[in-house]
Design a protein around this ligand. Structure first.
Ligand SMILES: [Zn+2]
Ligand SMILES: [Zn+2]
Length: 281
């Protein structure tokens, strides 16, 4: 059993209702087991510090990560999910349709997802008959797989350059979850990006979505049924971030899907989640 499988199994012990969403997330990771990963940071990364400082995520700066080639190859691998019997038939049928996507279109998809060009994504989704949310999910997991190869180096670079904004420095999406990690500075808060997998340090108090630091406009919601997680609510932008408060660095509690039950509980409270790749149906 891989580290991830072990982590998922132990998470599901207390939360059997997550089985279906976990099987989906796990199969998607598995299908990319032999997928392409990036091997090194772009040589000119230090030249784009200023762009990053202006809020441009790294994948959209002049630094060439060569992400399109790697992620597009990964994307087409998802077709193999059609034979994954643990998945619902509908999901398998959707995956089977990837065979009609050319590698040119796959490359366009990766590019458009990173730059947020919705129109191109819808065109390709329509042409292939794959639901847009499913297609976007496949593309992001493909990107995450590729970025995974340089995750450690990237995170070190971000740390060395004191990156401390609330949105993902690599892909620009909102953080999906927060967690704590013991570092030289003590127990520090980190943010996790569900889309590309990047994790970075963030201030202990404050909303990552609107930069609110007024404690009177924030609150914490704990739950007796879910002792590994808490919700940090911001009453200024009316959003919440799910926070894994356990101590296990390998826990899947950092993944958005792993606390989708909390999103369901929060429905109709007026507070919204941000940044999760998988949303409740
Ligand atoms: Zn990201
Ligand atoms: Zn806020």
């Amino acid at each position: 059993m891989s580290v991830l499988e072990k982590a998922v199994t132990s998470w599901l012990e207390k939360r059997p209702y997550l089985e279906e969403v976990a099987a989906f997330a796990l199969s998607c990771e598995h299908v990319l087991d032999g997928g392409r990963v990036l091997n090194e940071l772009p040589a000119n990364l230090d030249n784009v510090k200023e762009e990053l400082g202006q809020g441009i995520p790294l994948l959209l700066t002049k630094a060439d990560f060569k992400i399109e080639d790697a992620a597009c190859e990964n994307l087409l691998m998802f077709e193999a999910l059609k034979d994954e019997v643990s998945l619902p038939e509908n999901t398998r049928n959707q995956a089977a349709k990837l065979k009609d996507i050319s590698s040119d279109d796959a490359k366009i998809l990766v590019k458009s997802i990173i730059s947020g060009e919705e129109e191109k994504i819808s065109q390709i989704a329509e042409k292939s008959g794959i639901k847009i949310d499913m297609l976007k999910y496949f593309v992001w997991v493909s990107i995450k797989k590729a970025v995974g190869g340089i995750k450690e180096q990237l995170e070190k670079w971000l740390h060395d350059n004191n990156y401390n904004a609330g949105n993902c420095p690599v892909c620009g999406n909102n953080a999906s979850t927060a967690f704590f990690k013991h570092t030289k500075r003590g127990r520090q808060r980190f943010l996790h990006c569900d889309h590309c997998g990047t994790e970075w340090a963030f201030k202990r108090i404050g909303c990552p979505y609107c930069d609110n630091i007024d404690q009177k406009k924030m609150s914490i919601k704990d739950s007796q049924d879910e002792t590994d997680m808490r919700l940090d609510l911001c009453h200024k932008c009316m959003s919440y971030i799910k926070t894994y408060i356990g101590e296990n660095d390998n826990s899947v509690g950092k993944e958005g899907w792993a606390s989708i039950h909390l999103d369901i509980l929060m429905e109709e409270t007026g507070f919204s989640p941000k940044g999760s790749l998988i949303k409740p149906e």
